[in-house]
Design a protein. Structure first.
Length: 339
């Protein structure tokens, strides 16, 4: 099977497996795991933050950030199609006691600074806002990227309201590579940032939450409360360290493969191809064609895809996909969609 369902399906490389087997470990809950601490220090340095904390998942790290920054009974400004809205099982409500204030882009997805400004509300009968959250890259709109200027514009609005800015950077590495900037430059305007190691970087498990030392001390409390304290976590952190090493060239290759796939199917009658900015290709199906049927037909021919909505299919390029796989997947899509 050529698996394009997500970049989370990557298998650990031989180098990752070797690093995991050889990892120096300790009890991270009791007195620290040395390999995990090395990952946290390196992640903080790459992001230009004072400190970072290793989490089992990006979802837990996002929810810890929301818990740290907000107060029960308040609301969080976040894009209407974001991961926090759709894929975290209402964690903001269940865990932090806050509601989501969805911001819809003004003709653009994800929302830009102008849409955030238009969606603000300042009325004593409305919930008080306590956080702005931005997803970069934005999965739901096809891996689109917030650039430095746009993030700074959003942060300026937040600062005027005395609101912190959290970046859900599950694929921040992809955004930085696409823009040709460092991750630290990209999140300089943010107050906290989550980055994932189990997507484009190919590690089997894990994410980090980064910010000020005081914020991370608070996040450690949240992680413990959410059940995320791990013991010999260096076995996992070791693979993430390998993923961090020289990721730029690997992700640039994934982006090139996404562009290759998009070009190969762009001329299919009735098919809308969202031009990929990073490693995600969204395909809007012709009228009368249902994503579940396309996914099932492609699977029968050896290609795994995700049905994003009734008429949209998602393909995600990653480290386990070669250029020859992209060509084969494109051929399958052409057969399926022209039948």
């Amino acid at each position: 099977m050529i698996d394009l369902r997500s970049d989370t399906v990557t298998r650990p490389t031989a180098a990752m497996r070797a690093a995991m087997a050889a990892a120096e470990v300790g009890d991270d809950v009791l007195d620290g795991d040395p390999t995990t601490q090395r990952l946290e220090a390196q992640t903080a340095a790459v992001l230009g933050c004072e400190a970072a904390l290793f989490f089992p998942s990006g979802t837990m790290a996002n929810q810890a950030a929301i818990w740290c920054w907000t107060t029960p009974g308040t609301e969080v400004y976040v894009d209407a199609e974001s991961h926090i809205v759709h894929w975290e099982l209402a964690g903001a409500a269940a865990l932090a006691g806050v509601q989501i204030r969805p911001i819809t882009g003004l003709g653009q997805r994800p929302f830009r600074a102008a849409a955030l400004a238009a969606g603000l509300r300042d009325n004593p009968f409305h919930p008080r806002a306590t956080l702005v959250a931005v997803e970069n890259t934005h999965n739901g709109s096809g891996g689109t990227v917030y650039d430095v200027a746009e993030l700074e514009a959003i942060a300026a609005i937040a600062r005027d309201l005395r609101l912190p800015v959290h970046v859900d950077g599950a694929r921040l590495w992809n955004a930085a590579v696409a823009l040709g900037v460092t991750p630290a430059e990209l999140v300089a305007a943010a107050d906290s940032v989550m980055v994932s190691f189990s997507k484009g970087l190919g590690a089997p498990v894990g994410a980090c939450l980064a910010g000020s030392a005081a914020f991370i001390a608070r996040a450690r409390e949240a992680r413990k409360r959410f059940g995320g304290g791990m013991r010999q976590s260096g076995v996992l952190a070791a693979a993430a360290l390998v993923g961090l090493d020289g990721f730029e060239a690997r992700l640039a290759r994934d982006h090139a493969h996404a562009a290759q796939l998009a070009r190969a199917v762009a001329d299919i009658a009735g098919l809308g191809v969202v031009a990929p900015e990073t490693n995600i290709v969204m395909l809007d199906l012709p009228d009368g064609v249902v994503s579940a049927d396309v996914v099932a037909a492609a699977k029968r021919e050896g290609v795994l895809l995700s049905g994003w909505s009734r008429q949209r299919v998602r393909a995600v390029l990653h480290g386990d996909v070669a250029a020859s796989d992209v060509a084969l997947a494109a051929a399958v899509l052409r057969r399926v969609l022209t039948r």
